[in-house]
Design a binder for this molecule. Structure first.
Ligand SMILES: C[S@@+](CC[C@H](N)C(=O)[O-])C[C@H]1O[C@@H](n2cnc3c(N)ncnc32)[C@H](O)[C@@H]1O
Length: 216
């Protein structure tokens, strides 16, 4: 389900072109196969932010088949790099093959394992962090994400509005979705009220937060 009316979503979807070349093939094949890669409007937003920010060091949490990290790699300067985390062996295998095919292996390092365990071990700082893993974990991993983000760095968090259910009362949400509802509400409350952050919540895709870290 889209956060905007279907007719508007499909109009905007048609306006926005896929990526070009082999990256576009990966994008289309992933959509067709129902793989969980970012939708077109989030691709465009991501590209816009990276084009303005021009990050050198990027961290991604949630790589899947490696589409978004391959896309992000096209914005890197010569000495830029991406570290991307995933815990699902099948996705890691597919991403490795895709990075090889797209010739971006030297730009992207895969950190294999659970983000909850890997993030505390990172001691470098990133210019841009893309959060696109299990949404219920965002509130838990936020302190480490903030720790590894440079002052002035940008964090983009995807899929934060739960098809609009975040705005519903807790008891109106189906029981099996209540935990994630509560955790996403906590995450949204924190990123919008923490004075050390500047945050914009967008109804693009299933909701995206753009967060600038203003101070340590
Ligand atoms: C939505 S997909 C990522 C899509 C990718 N960013 C793209 O657009 O091409 C989410 C991925 O996060 C991974 N994931 C979810 N929770 C995770 C965690 N706690 N640690 C590591 N990986 C996780 C899943 O295995 C899945 O491959």
């Amino acid at each position: 389900m889209s956060l905007v009316e279907d007719y508007l979503e499909s109009y905007i979807d048609k306006l926005q072109l896929d990526c070009e070349g082999e990256l576009g093939d990966l994008q289309r094949q992933s959509y067709e196969a129902g793989l969980p890669i970012i939708p077109k409007d989030v691709v465009k937003l991501l590209g816009f932010v990276l084009g303005v920010k021009k990050p050198k060091a990027i961290l991604e949490i949630g790589m899947a088949v490696g589409f978004s990290s391959s896309y992000m790699s096209t914005f890197l300067p010569e000495d830029g790099y991406i570290k991307t985390i995933d815990r699902y062996p099948l996705m890691i295998e597919k991403a490795k093959a895709n990075f090889k095919k797209l010739n971006v292996e030297d730009k992207i390092t895969i950190l294999e394992g659970d983000a909850n365990e890997i993030l505390p071990t990172l001691d470098e700082k990133f210019d841009f962090v893309f959060m696109d893993a299990a949404k219920g974990q965002y509130i838990n991993i936020l302190p480490d994400v903030l720790r590894v983000t440079k002052v002035g760095g940008i964090i983009m968090a995807d899929d934060i509005l739960q098809e609009g259910r975040v705005a519903m009362d807790y008891f109106d949400v189906p029981k099996r979705q209540r935990t994630i509802h509560k955790r996403l509400n906590e995450f949204l409350e924190e990123i919008t009220h923490n004075k050390k952050l500047r945050t914009s919540i967008l109804t693009i895709g299933d909701g995206v937060a753009l967060i600038e870290k203003l101070e340590d």
